[in-house]
Design a binder for this molecule. Structure first.
Ligand SMILES: [Zn+2]
Length: 66
């Protein structure tokens, strides 16, 4: 699915791994913010960063739940 970041206006191709994908696909939200802009907006962005790392690294996640 191709989306345009509402902040930097660049186009991105996202898939189901993106946390914003399901919202965009169901039409709940038409606004996409890319990860770079998201971090800039959030400033510290510690929570978002943690979520993304967990999503991207199943091994990490497995360790966490042991
Ligand atoms: Zn952006």
């Amino acid at each position: 699915m191709e989306v345009t970041c509402m902040t930097c206006q660049k186009d991105f191709e996202i898939d189901a791994k993106d946390p914003q994908y399901s919202k965009l696909k169901r039409g709940i939200s038409k606004m996409y913010v890319c990860k770079n802009c998201n971090q800039s907006i959030q400033g510290q962005a510690t929570n978002l960063t943690n979520i993304h790392l967990d999503d991207l690294d199943p091994h990490n996640k497995a360790l966490k739940y042991k």
